[in-house]
Ligand binder design. Structure first.
Ligand code: BTN
Length: 318
């Protein structure tokens, strides 16, 4: 089915006969595969008698040669047409003894994972689903504030590419105004005090223009900038920004990045509720500490909070 898609991706008309000949199948088998493309991948195909078949809009698929040509040479890149989750695949690769660093990308995820057990909506060939795996052998310090650092790198790439309003929300959401444009999910395997691997999962809404499936306010690069983006270029640029910030973090720790992170934090000084399961703590955002923990003023006293299950809401969100 995906071989057929690759023949159609130029957005031109292709006759059923030519497609059948290229795939070594009958015209009716081509027809069946087209039905699956539409049903399974949500793609729209024009069918015109006498001309053949044409994708409603051309597709620019992920391509490791393109990504390399655009400047990313540091990490081996594994690209999947369809996968449960790039983070899950990265973890399986480590378990099989795969050597880090490496990068896993996919055109779609059928079980994309978000923070706090949520799903990450991952339609085919529209967005970026990106898991970079690093080997950590320098102890806990190498993990402190790491997810915030990844958020900062992602935010810079979005700004570099024209999404001027991108900013941060603790711990690692990237927003434009109140709408989420990117999310980050770190998963760890091994002993953080000794040697471990960390999967830096990044999801960016790139060319997605509509979906009923996302249960929070969202936007995409395309909706913000009014044009489509080349995801191969995005991968290469994200690689460069990640390298820049990961090197700084490795050399100097999160303390060196904390002032810049706070500068781009959209909720500095805002009245918030911190949600931890059934508990809710009201406070004013002071910033983050040198480990990336949230600093809140609660009843006049500064308190620090960290943990993967925490989430923030604005209190004056009218
Ligand atoms: C969040 O809830 O904000 C985090 C979303 C993280 C989504 C990305 S997409 C690539 C990687 N693979 C996954 O299954 N999740 C992350």
């Amino acid at each position: 089915m995906l071989t057929l898609l690759k023949l159609l991706k130029d957005g031109r008309f292709h006759s059923g006969q030519a497609l059948g000949a290229a795939l070594g199948i009958s015209r009716s088998a081509v027809w069946k595969q087209l039905q699956h493309l539409e049903a399974d991948l949500g793609l729209s195909v024009h069918k015109v008698r006498g001309r053949g078949y044409q994708l409603a809009k051309p597709l620019l698929l992920l391509d490791s040669t393109e990504i390399c040509a655009k400047g990313l040479h540091e990490w081996p890149v594994h690209i999947f047409d369809s996968i449960d989750s790039t983070n899950a695949e990265a973890l399986r690769f480590i378990e099989r003894g795969g050597a880090a660093p490496f990068l896993v990308l996919a055109e779609r995820q059928v079980a994309g994972r978000g923070r706090r057990g949520r799903k990450w909506v991952s339609p085919f060939a529209e967005n970026l689903y990106h898991s970079l795996v690093l080997r950590i052998d320098g102890g806990m310090r190498q993990l402190e504030g790491l997810s915030l650092v990844v958020g900062l790198a992602v935010m810079h790439v979005l700004r570099d590419m024209g999404v001027a309003g991108a900013g941060l929300k603790w711990p690692n959401d990237v927003l434009v105004g109140k709408k989420k444009i990117a999310g980050i999910l770190l998963e760890l395997v091994g002993d953080p005090a000794d040697v471990c691997h960390v999967v830096l999962g990044v999801g960016i809404n790139v060319n997605m223009q509509s979906t009923d499936e996302v249960d929070q306010q969202w936007t995409s690069m395309c909706l913000e900038a009014g044009r489509n983006f080349d995801r191969n270029e995005l991968v290469a640029r994200l690689g460069a920004r990640l390298q820049q910030y990961l090197e700084l973090h490795h050399a100097s720790g999160f303390a060196a990045i904390q002032p810049e992170w706070e500068q781009y934090h959209l909720w500095q000084g805002r009245a918030v509720s911190l949600i931890a399961g059934v508990n809710k703590i009201d406070g004013i955002v002071l910033g983050v500490d040198h480990q990336g923990a949230l600093r809140l003023k609660v009843d006049g006293v500064e308190k620090n909070f960290s943990g993967g299950e925490l989430s923030l809401r604005l209190r004056d969100d009218s």
